[in-house]
Design a protein around this ligand. Structure first.
Ligand SMILES: Nc1nc2c(ncn2[C@@H]2O[C@H](COP(=O)(O)OP(=O)(O)O)[C@@H](O)[C@H]2O)c(=O)[nH]1
Ligand SMILES: Nc1ncnc2c1ncn2[C@@H]1O[C@H](COP(=O)(O)OP(=O)(O)O)[C@@H](O)[C@H]1O
Length: 227
């Protein structure tokens, strides 16, 4: 029997809407490969690659990286994930990126986290990250076991430079102007699945139920209360 077709999914939502947090749960339960444009850029910035040095100037200003650079980076990375179910996070963020992605593969579903801007702003100032893995914490919502330290590696956590209030405002403006049209683009194709709310723990069970119609749960945990 032929194996089932591979799932090509995208997760979207404004900065701080919980894409990273929910992606981690999706990976745990459904074993998809996760490709986050933000994580990839941060690794490049840390290593001071050509792309990383260029990206920093845009990211620090809360602006999007030019489409051609971003598309090349992501499509190149996706080549290595050909044989897996994958979840894209943070890409595409413009209609031009979505069109470029469409030329390479057929997207099956787009999960949209519809979280109000007011909810998001205070979350980001309390966000701490482990830069190499992309693991994300929040002082109130999901604190690390030891303050300032990554639970898994014991390495220090950092705050992102672009989580400063002024930069967050610019990122939200960029989302409105450049990324909201992408939601419309996928809505017209009948691929958009929006999940509205202000709390990840309330949104997640709906996403879990939705994905169960597409993939089996591969985690060992009791699926009745998926976390
Ligand atoms: N208070 C609160 N914080 C949350 C919730 N969901 C996620 N967070 C935190 O909000 C911040 C942004 O979430 P993240 O997953 O990084 O969002 P992304 O920017 O869309 O990838 C992180 O510090 C998360 O730990 C929630 O339901 N309530
Ligand atoms: N697809 C993309 N196109 C252009 N710029 C991007 C893209 N993905 C990430 N970036 C840049 O990296 C920054 C951080 O992205 P990300 O980690 O996804 O943050 P968040 O989800 O919190 O907005 C963005 O503000 C933007 O400058």
């Amino acid at each position: 029997m032929a194996p089932p077709p591979l799932l090509r999914a995208v997760i979207m939502g404004p900065p701080g809407s919980g894409k990273g947090t929910i992606s981690a749960r999706i990976i745990k339960h459904f074993g998809m490969k996760h490709l986050s444009s933000g994580d990839l850029l941060r690794v490049n910035m840390q290593k001071k690659t050509e792309v990383g040095i260029l990206a920093k100037s845009y990211i620090d200003q809360g602006r999007l990286i030019p489409d051609d650079i971003m598309t090349r980076l992501m499509l190149n990375e996706l080549k290595g994930l050909d044989r897996y179910n994958w979840l894209l996070d943070g890409f595409p963020r413009t209609v031009a990126q979505a069109e470029a992605l469409d030329k390479e593969c057929q997207i099956d579903t787009v999960i949209d986290l519809d979280v109000p801007f007011e909810t998001i702003k205070c979350r980001l100032t309390a966000r701490w990250v482990h830069p190499t893995s992309g693991r994300v914490y929040n002082l109130e919502f999901s604190p690390p076991k030891v303050q300032g330290i990554d639970d898994i590696t014991g390495e220090p956590l950092v705050q992102r430079d672009d989580d400063k209030p002024e930069t967050v405002t610019k990122r939200l403006q960029a989302y409105d102007a450049q990324t909201k049209p992408v939601l419309e683009y996928y809505r017209k194709k009948g691929l958009l699945k929006s999940f509205s709310g202000t709390e990840t723990n309330k949104i997640w069970p709906h996403i879990y139920t939705f994905l169960q119609t597409k993939l089996p749960d591969v985690s060992q945990k009791d699926a009745a209360t998926p976390t």
